[in-house]
Design a protein around this ligand. Structure first.
Ligand SMILES: [Zn+2]
Length: 275
């Protein structure tokens, strides 16, 4: 099915777009039917350049695949190559996931070298970047100071209040999985126009009731909506409006599949993230 648009109804109310999940882990072999069956728009992460190569020719209408090098795996980090990374990101608006991990068996020096190399490329060629920071929050902030880039979305961030404030000063946004949507004090510090929602399926949606699946960000919409005194529909519009703003700022709209461009081009999303 193509051509799904967030049309504006005659009464001026925007049509409700489907849920949006900005960080999920999906098998590279997933069928196109299964992707459509998710009923959502999804940013799918890859863990290595080899894994990205497996999906780079897919033409999913509602899933965008990120170019990734996950810091948690020796093989993933060891196979990183700057030129190959630079070529891979030509065909997608999304990088993910990359970052640093304090609990990884990969030496921090090696992780850091890889991240610096990727950020160097991304300074020249901006992309949306889903950044991993578990157990390495200070190091990640240090690297972002060293190599400032636009388009950073810190995924499942659990850094301190001070580091959160520093990340905000650096222009970062944050993607919130269900497991941190109701309890994290960090959430009080993040302005609503820097909020994104994710499942981090199959990790970040543990503990949710019902069927866990990529794209099911409705739990986050509900819980954040309670905090922000907003309906789930308002939260969904906010989420899409935040993505739209970032995509247009970075000039990445042309790299999205048609279904995405339909939603992201909806003018009625403009201004919803003004507060
Ligand atoms: Zn992840």
């Amino acid at each position: 099915m193509t051509g799904i648009r967030a049309r504006t109804r005659r009464d001026g109310q925007a049509k409700v777009p489907p849920p949006l999940d900005v960080h999920a882990h999906i098998e590279a072999e997933i069928s196109s039917e299964a992707v459509r069956g998710l009923g959502a728009f999804v940013f799918a992460m890859t863990r290595s350049l080899d894994e990205y190569a497996l999906v780079s020719r897919r033409r999913d209408t509602r899933m965008v695949w990120g170019v990734g090098t996950h810091p948690g795996g020796q093989d993933y980090v060891a196979s990183f190559d700057e030129d190959r990374f630079a070529r891979a990101i030509e065909g997608t608006p999304l990088v993910g996931e990359i970052g640093l991990d304090g609990g990884s068996a990969v030496p921090m020096a090696e992780q850091t070298r890889t991240l610096r190399s990727a950020l160097g490329v991304l300074q020249q060629t901006p992309r949306l970047i889903s950044l991993h920071s578990a157990g390495a929050h200070l190091q990640v902030i240090r690297e972002l100071h060293r190599t400032p880039v636009e388009g950073i979305v810190l995924h499942w961030w659990t850094g301190s209040a001070d580091l959160t404030d520093e990340a905000l000063r650096l222009g970062c946004a944050f993607s919130i999985p269900p497991v941190m949507a109701s309890k994290s004090l960090i959430l009080d510090r993040i302005p609503s126009d820097r909020l994104f929602f994710e499942t981090d399926h199959p990790f970040g949606d543990r503990g949710t009731t019902g069927r866990r699946k990529p794209g099911r960000t409705t739990d986050v919409e509900e819980r954040l909506g309670e905090r922000l005194n907003s309906t789930t529909i308002e939260m969904r519009h906010l989420h899409w409006a935040n993505l739209r703003k970032l995509v247009l700022t970075l000039g990445l709209l042309h790299l999205f599949p048609e279904d995405w461009r339909g939603v992201l081009s909806d003018d009625s999303l403009r201004g919803r993230n003004a507060s």
